[in-house]
Design a protein around this ligand. Structure first.
Ligand code: ATP
Length: 775
């Protein structure tokens, strides 16, 4: 992109000036946006500016518009809120306000503006750009500026970034901040659950979302709430009876806690508000459920705190793309915003998305709820169905299958534990119960199956117990790395026959993938293996072929990012220090790279790329330069992330030793290995929600084969599959295709990695010089 504007008088090109601003309600990740934009702008040869306090700063000018240097945004990824401030600005709604803003932009020589905010802020931005020529005209006419002054600024380039905790903007799968807000909500609900359970209480929890129930719905799915109210899909007229019936049923089976989540914009089908107080009254009614009920309004805690790993990734990649977009924009191009769809960062027309967003609110106001739901993405409606299926267990007789279609399904975990495994089992079991299937737990993987089946390793699930697993980390049914061939394929085949399993549901990582492959290949020899088998990938390494995302990888990234934040803090309290942190991930550099993106690492070493002596030499030289230039303004430490298998020789410890030796006491270097911490304690909401959605789809897939499907299974490749998220779609891929075309067997990972380009972003924003490729 052209970073320099060429004046028409033939004088040398001047550097372009790009300003960044945050506006509207703050959201976690906004600082990541500012950091990425500032550094990317400087990297591409521009001057970077920040407009403080949103449009207010643009109208006031002066000190509100400040040039930013590379080091000014150090450490910003780990800060909550927005460090350049945000405000709601009344003056900007009016033309005189926008006129002053235009004047201030020109006086500061700003060529382009990147705005991170909600739909209001982005509407304002579009209006500003549309009016720009007439604003310039007026500035000249009223002699506030001369024609010469306005000459270089005939067109205003504007790009929007969606910063909002509500995830309410159409056209993008996630807004910057929504997953952090969801994490906070789930954390709070988890705390409340503990006390609710102790006192056998009911809690009505109000969460944000006036026209968008995303936070409420996802929190409901992630925490296994008893009932959820969202604006897009009001309940039937008998919602009072329905809610009480469900809660009563849950209480009858022995649940000691009741959680109801209400979006602040919840209402009935006629638009009448459903308030937490109304729900409280119903639950506490002496003649009804008579529950000891409390209301908790979460309020501003939902906005607070640092961004989760996903928001750091999103804000960084989108910030980088926004700078590219403003530099590439022409007077003819439409104003765009940066979206994430199908796991890709793309540019989309801004006003179309704003209009579509407004249509949701309009549809809700007009009580056209089908349309409101239809305007949300498929994940939203899918999650709504998942939520219904996991909370109305055994209640809806229409869900029940005829006797001949009911299956006995074995659930088994293979490999290391990963966040979301339990949530997946809970959802799978709930769905099975609603359909009349018989879900059976196989404890401790194939090893448990082969050697301890007679001592209780194979047993039915206890729903009351399983229902409490929504937010539990680890693997409640136990997991084991042993492959079926190691346990004895004949033994496994005989046991499948003995227990009369009609289908097998595996949850696990690369070992589980390998296990499915072995079972499929052994079908010719052992006909009892001709039952449908499906795998839900769950591993922090995110290395399973057939999916771009495995359960547990998001939890792992959050753990790593918060671990690194703490380490950075400790480094800043002591001396100038480089921390070399070893990450897990096997031979897949996903976790190291994405964590590097989330913490602003100085370098990331992956197995895909390897480590060479030249790389180390260059990186050490770079660190020396950085510390030599550092005049004390950045006491925070620097981080290098090394995947555990990036090199057979250069371990984290050795790299730290090399750096220390070379630093000659000018700075320190230490290694640190978070190890199993990376498997995480409580799984992240993203892992939990996706676990629910995907597990239900897996059981539905098995259900498609039904009982006695041996002959069909033999013929159909789709009878042994991996479920995956690819782009925006959930897809089942036959294992026989994946084995051949998508699996790098020696390195136990996918052949192609969509995330690999992100490493370049880590390098650019970390200021790392381009390095030689290892031979
Ligand atoms: P949130 O998601 O927190 O509501 P938002 O960006 O939608 O964020 P708003 O308060 O609607 O928040 O907008 C922020 C600011 O953007 C306003 O205070 C105003 O300065 C400007 N703005 C919003 N809408 C317009 C508009 N139609 N014309 C001009 N400026 C606007």
């Amino acid at each position: 992109p052209a970073a320099a504007a060429a004046p028409q008088d033939g004088s040398p090109p001047r550097k372009k000036k790009i300003a960044i601003m945050t506006s509207g309600g703050d959201s976690p990740g906004m600082n990541g946006v500012v950091r990425a934009c500032v550094r990317m702008a400087i990297h591409l040869g521009c001057d970077a500016f920040c407009v403080y306090e949103g449009y207010e700063g643009l109208v006031r000018g002066g000190d509100y518009i400040r040039q930013m240097e590379w080091h000014d945004v150090r450490g910003w990824l780990s800060e909550g809120g927005t460090l350049i401030g945000t405000a709601r600005c009344m003056e900007f709604y009016e033309r005189p306000g926008r006129l002053t803003a235009a004047k201030n932009m020109i006086l500061n020589g700003i060529d382009a503006l990147i705005i991170c905010g909600g739909d209001g802020s982005l509407t304002g931005a579009d209006r500003f750009r549309a009016e720009w020529p007439s604003l310039l005209e007026e500035l000249v006419k009223t002699s506030q500026l001369t024609p010469d002054q306005i000459a270089p600024y005939q067109h205003l380039n504007i790009v929007g970034l969606v910063g909002s905790i509500d995830n309410d903007l159409s056209g993008t799968d996630a807004t910057i901040g929504c997953y952090s807000a969801l994490a906070r909500i789930c954390e709070m609900v988890d705390y409340i659950e503990a006390t609710a359970s102790s006192h056998s209480r009911a809690f009505v929890i109000e969460v944000m979302g006036r026209h968008c129930g995303w936070l409420a719905l996802m929190a409901g799915v992630a925490t296994g709430a008893d009932f959820v109210f969202i604006p897009e899909k009001p309940r039937e007229d008998n919602w009072r009876e329905e809610m009480c019936e469900i809660i009563q049923k849950h209480r009858k089976i022995g649940k000691r806690k009741t959680i109801v989540i209400v979006a602040e914009g919840a209402h009935d089908r006629y638009g009448n508000k459903i308030s937490p107080e109304m729900i409280h009254e119903l639950l506490a009614d002496k003649n009804g459920l008579a529950l000891d009920t409390r209301i908790t309004t979460l309020g501003h805690v939902q906005r607070g705190g640092t961004a989760v790993a996903y928001d750091r990734m999103l804000s960084t990649l989108q910030g980088v793309e926004a700078v590219r977009a403003v530099l590439e924009a022409t007077p003819e191009s439409e104003t765009c915003f940066i979206a994430i769809t199908e796991n890709k960062i793309i540019r989309k027309p801004l006003m179309e998305a704003v209009q579509a967003t407004k249509s949701v609110a309009k549809a809700i106001d007009a009580h056209d709820f089908d349309r409101a739901m239809g305007l949300r993405d498929t994940e939203f409606s899918d999650q709504y169905m998942s939520y219904l299926m996991t909370t109305t267990v055994q209640l809806d007789q229409n869900m029940m299958l005829p006797e001949e279609k009911k299956m006995k399904i074995g659930f088994i975990n293979v490999g290391a534990p990963a966040g979301g495994m339990n949530a997946a089992i809970r959802a799978g079991v709930a769905y099975c119960i609603s359909r009349g299937h018989e879900p059976v737990a196989i404890h401790n993987g194939f090893a448990g199956f082969a050697r301890h089946h007679a001592d209780g390793a194979v047993r039915p699930f206890d729903w009351l117990e399983v229902d409490g697993w929504a937010s539990k980390g680890g693997s409640e049914i136990g997991t084991n790395r042993e492959l079926p061939a190691e346990s004895g394929m004949e033994t496994i085949a005989n046991l499948i026959e003995q227990y009369r399993f009609d289908g097998l549901f595996l949850i696990g990582g690369f070992e589980a993938f390998h296990a499915v492959s072995q079972l499929r290949k052994a079908r010719d020899q052992f006909p009892s293996l001709c039952i449908p088998i499906t795998l839900l990938p769950a591993t922090i390494s995110n290395n399973v072929p057939g999916t771009e995302y495995s359960l547990g990888s998001d939890t792992c990234l959050n753990e790593l990012v918060s671990y690194c934040d703490k380490i950075k803090q400790s480094a800043s309290a002591t001396r100038r220090r480089v921390f070399v942190i070893e990450t897990q991930g096997g031979k897949c550099g996903y976790v190291a790279t994405l964590a590097g993106l989330g913490v602003g690492a100085s370098a990331v070493y992956t197995p895909e790329e390897g480590i060479s002596l030249e790389m180390l030499t260059q990186d050490v030289r770079h660190l020396k330069e950085v510390f030599a230039q550092d005049k004390g303004q950045s006491r925070a430490g620097r981080l290098i992330l090394v995947n555990e298998k990036a090199s057979r020789v250069y371990s984290a410890k050795l790299i730290a030793d090399i750096i220390r030796e070379e630093a000659h006491n000018r700075f320190e270097a230490r290694d640190s290995i978070p190890g199993h911490v990376q498997q995480g304690g409580v799984p992240s909401p993203m892992d939990r929600c996706r676990a629910v959605r995907l597990a239900i789809k897996c059981i539905q897939h098995l259900e498609g084969f039904g009982r006695n499907s041996h002959n069909r299974v033999k013929k159909e490749p789709m009878s042994a599959t991996v479920i995956g998220i690819k782009g925006a779609s959930v897809v089942f891929s036959p294992i026989e295709v994946l084995e051949e075309s998508e699996t790098d067997w020696p390195n136990r990972r996918q052949r192609s990695s969509y995330w690999f380009d992100m490493k370049e972003v880590v390098d650019v924003l970390g200021g790392r010089p381009p390095h030689a490729e290892p031979e």
